[in-house]
Design a protein around this ligand. Structure first.
Ligand SMILES: Cc1cc2nc3c(=O)[nH]c(=O)nc-3n(C[C@H](O)[C@H](O)[C@H](O)COP(=O)(O)O)c2cc1C
Length: 340
């Protein structure tokens, strides 16, 4: 039976355990170049030292104005590649694997003078009104995603995650709440599917493509789980190998759609997606109780378990979880005496 501390393989990505650090924006870029600095290096490498099977680098954007803020990461130039490679190499040295979340914030780009989106609909009064991308600009955007993925592959990442969740650009295109277009990109999964295919065209055949998706929307008029499953089916068809199941982010949560913040609140979505799509999934959402995380894998709710805020508190979450579950896990030789 699979457990949190059993290995996992998808294509040529081999993980030593089922623990994932999900992408978490650090808003810590301090240079014009939009590249990781010492903070990012320490942040990601510490979680590898802490035993995490798969580390996913935060939302990393395909153009400067595609960032939530000017303190967010980007991968829009070849000159940015070495700063990422340094982190990738150090994570590998610790025996962990590393992916990167490639994204565009669309109408949620807060520092862009005029953010872009499928349609000119603002997120809320606090956000700027976005400009609708022209048809040609949408095609160019697909190319920007392609180029960022190429750079990520060149930097040595083991897998790519596309951000199709939380009300960012890909999500904005596949939601009828934010996409009111009359051109071919009014077809909800067209943009996302083209991005998936563009990403795949730059990835080695045996490297898995992950997509993060909001399984359900939390606004009153939003799509629900059945709708989320249909979207994911189109993306699987386009080439996605594994889904990372989150929810919401497109607008204010309607009281009738509030999922609550209890432990495992998005696990039912992960299970439903896994069953419907017959591909591996990553579950996330208050899963930092080691026994709960282990049960999710054991009960086949999900193949991998992501621990976000829990890992902000504890970079060694994985080592501590192993200890709690009575499992053996390696610690760096320098730290062995601390665990003897
Ligand atoms: C500080 C912070 C930054 C985040 N940034 C991202 C991000 O860059 N991309 C993303 O898909 N989700 C992001 N999230 C969501 C997390 O990946 C995760 O899905 C969420 O925190 C729920 O998991 P948890 O309960 O284990 O924290 C962020 C969450 C936090 C707390």
């Amino acid at each position: 039976m699979d457990q949190l501390f059993s290995s996992f393989q998808i294509k040529n990505l081999e993980l030593k355990n089922r623990v994932v650090m999900p992408p978490m924006c650090q808003y810590s870029v301090t240079n014009e170049a939009g590249t990781p600095n010492d903070w990012h290096y320490t942040h990601y490498v510490s979680r590898a030292v802490g035993g995490t099977g798969l580390v996913i680098v935060e939302m990393t954007n395909v153009e400067p104005d595609g960032r939530i803020s000017n303190n967010c990461l980007g991968l829009w130039s070849d000159q940015q590649i070495p700063a990422y490679k340094k982190i990738v190499d150090a994570v590998h040295e610790q025996g962990s694997k590393i992916a990167i979340q490639i994204a565009h914030a669309g109408r949620k780009a807060e520092d862009a003078k005029t953010p872009v989106a499928p349609s000119a609909i603002r997120f809320n009064e606090q956000y700027k009104e976005p400009r609708a991308l022209s048809t040609d600009e949408v095609k160019e955007m697909v190319e920007k995603f392609r180029q960022s993925v190429r750079r990520a592959v060149e930097a040595g990442f083991d897998a790519i995650e596309l951000h199709g969740a939380h009300g960012y650009l890909i999500h904005q295109f596949h939601s009828s709440y934010t996409n009111k277009r009359n051109d071919e990109y009014g077809q909800l999964t067209r943009f996302g599917s083209e991005v998936v295919k563009a990403a795949k065209s730059e990835m080695p055949e045996d490297m898995p493509l992950i997509m993060r998706i909001s399984a359900t929307e939390f606004v009153e008029e939003g799509y629900q789980l059945e709708g989320g499953i249909e979207l994911a089916k189109a993306y699987k068809e386009a080439g996605v190998d594994m889904f990372h199941i989150s929810a919401g982010g497109e607008g204010a949560i309607a009281p009738s759609r509030n999922p609550g913040g209890h432990a495992g609140y998005m696990v039912p979505f992960a299970r439903a997606m896994r069953e419907a799509l017959e591909v591996p999934v990553i579950a996330v959402g208050r899963l930092e109780d080691a026994h709960l995380a282990n049960a999710i894998v054991g009960n086949q709710d999900a193949d991998l378990v992501a621990v976000g805020r829990g890992m902000l508190r504890d970079p060694y979450w994985t080592v501590h979880a192993a200890h709690e579950l009575g499992q053996e896990t390696e610690v760096p030789v320098q730290y062995e005496r601390g665990f003897a």
